[in-house]
Design a binder for this molecule. Structure first.
Ligand code: ADP
Ligand code: MG
Length: 494
């Protein structure tokens, strides 16, 4: 089935927020009443007060992460990046960019010339065995892909600066020094946590000895989204990812960034990679966790971690919906109790199914929903079954969109700028038929009166963002070299 692009949302798309069926199960809920669809899905419907409480938890977690004394114990780490300014649109140069985000690994060749941006890119697979193998295998694989890409683009004998969008939690010690704190999103390569990923990449490149690339910058995908949108819209001050995982970055004052150890020159600000996916690791979100969230967490390879992320992002949303559907099915509230092997398989209900099912909206022929059922080998169902599954998907995705909105509203209130654009990237946001609208609605409700905001889709942020940061780093490095040469009486260009 084709993915649904935001620009092609069917006209009849409707956010399904109600269901008024009367099915009752012979099974009983914990309060002794018969199970109904309503009481099974109820934990996903959070009140305004719940979302306000989540915002309080969030602000508290952000401040703990920013504080020198509190950071070590904080769940949300609020890593200062070494990116301080948004682009001014004059960036130029040819840059190689790597984008390792969780689901895809891409290599891009980007030419920047002011507002003009040209890119060529290729997606490479990271086999499961490498995702959970050793770090050496991972970086050897990446180096091999770089070699292939350079060969295909006749770049083997060129020296070309490289920017790496590496979207895992890193403590940065410089623009090109990033220590991985821990893997997330299904990666678990031995010997990388606690190490500088740029050094590991350079070592792999040296082991090959047949390419000449120098990694000048490591950025997070959130910073990529922010930078790429800021390239067009200078009001962009937040970057948001809703893809395999979720995360956000924003522009903070140096004054509030107690862990800042770089220079204090102008501008007195720095981008903070919040790593907000870890919100709740300290139990602060237990009050909204459903049994389904607990199961998803328990069966993940990082149990107890990334609690907020697991309630929101693409790696987990389909599975949450599947667990609810299975609960209803077993209670004979769906499919007359009859499922399929596929529906019973962990991870088999993809998050894209949620988008597809919801895109049916008011279509009473349930075209997409039925197509998903066919893919899951479900053959016996009624229209009511279709409606219930749509309702479940809608509640799970709405909660995700609202939770992400609570995070964004917390950042907007904290920054307190009159007008902010939020650069957003990731397949969940891009392809879900209602995510954008749901977020606009909820952020508007939660943000302080008077603050204006805009959610802007970032096009290829991970590539373009890395290219912009790298091009600037490259220019500064060349300028520094030229100055040094001038000082030592060496003519430039030698
Ligand atoms: P990454 O986060 O690795 O950079 P993406 O932004 O492409 O990659 O996000 C991948 C995630 O998006 C996967 O978890 C996948 O389930 C989810 N996804 C892919 N297609 C869709 C879709 N049509 N609707 C919702 N989620 C989707
Ligand atoms: Mg990505």
């Amino acid at each position: 089935m084709n993915m649904i692009d935001k620009e092609n949302v069917p006209a009849n798309a409707r956010i399904i927020k109600t269901y008024s069926g009367r099915r009752k199960s012979k099974k009983l809920a914990s309060d002794g009443t018969p199970l109904t669809v309503e009481n099974v899905v109820k934990p996903f419907i959070l009140s305004d007060d719940d979302y306000k409480k989540i915002m309080d938890v969030m602000l508290d977690s952000f401040n703990q992460g920013l504080g020198k004394e509190t950071n070590a114990k904080a769940a949300v780490k609020m890593f200062p990046t070494y990116v301080r300014s948004v682009p001014d649109g004059t960036e130029t140069g040819k840059v190689l960019a790597l984008d390792l985000g969780g689901t895809n690994f891409r290599i891009l060749l980007i030419s920047l010339d002011g507002q003009e941006v040209n890119m060529e890119s290729k997606i490479f697979l990271i086999p499961q065995a490498i995702m959970t193998g050793t770090g050496e295998q991972l970086f050897d694989h990446i180096a091999e892909c770089i070699h292939k890409f350079m060969k295909d683009h006749d770049l083997l004998f060129h020296k070309i600066p490289l920017g790496f969008t590496f979207s895992f939690p890193c403590r940065q010690e410089g623009l090109n020094k990033a220590i991985l704190t821990h893997w997330t999103k299904g990666f678990k390569c031995a010997g990388v946590e606690g190490h500088d990923i740029v050094q590991l990449l350079h070592e792999a490149i040296e082991r090959r000895g047949d390419i000449d690339v120098n990694c000048l910058a490591v950025i997070n995908d959130t910073v990529g989204a922010l930078m790429s949108c800021a390239h067009e819209d200078r009001k962009c001050a937040v970057g948001l990812i809703l893809g395999t995982g979720t995360n956000a970055c924003y522009i903070e004052t140096l004054e509030n960034t107690e862990l800042w150890d770089g220079d204090t020159d102008e501008p007195h600000q720095v981008m903070i990679n919040t790593e907000w996916g870890a919100l709740g690791n300290d139990g602060s979100l237990d009050f909204i966790m459903t049994d389904y969230d607990k199961q998803v967490d328990k069966h993940s390879i990082n149990a107890g971690q990334q609690i907020y992320e697991k309630m929101i992002s693409g790696m987990y949303m389909g599975e949450i919906a599947r667990l609810v559907i299975e609960k209803l099915r077993k209670a004979k509230l769906l499919f007359n109790g009859k499922g399929s092997e596929e529906l019973s398989e962990r991870g088999r209900f993809y998050t894209k199914y949620v988008s597809e099912i919801e895109s049916d909206g008011d279509d009473s022929s349930f075209k997409c929903t039925k197509q998903v059922f066919a893919e899951l080998n479900l053959t016996k169902y009624t229209d009511e079954d279709c409606r219930i599954v749509q309702y479940v998907c809608s509640l799970v995705s709405t909660r995700a969109a609202y939770l992400a909105s609570a995070g964004i509203a917390t950042l907007l209130n904290k920054m307190n700028r009159p007008e902010v654009t939020i650069g957003v990237d990731g397949s969940l946001y891009r392809f879900h038929p209602h995510f954008h609208d749901l977020m606009e609605e909820k952020i508007r409700q939660l943000v302080k009166p008077g603050i204006k905001f805009k959610l802007m889709l970032s096009h290829d942020g991970s590539g373009k963002g890395a290219a912009i940061v790298t091009a600037v780093a490259n220019r500064l490095a060349l300028e520094k070299e030229q100055k040094l040469n001038a000082k030592n009486g060496i003519p430039n260009g030698e």
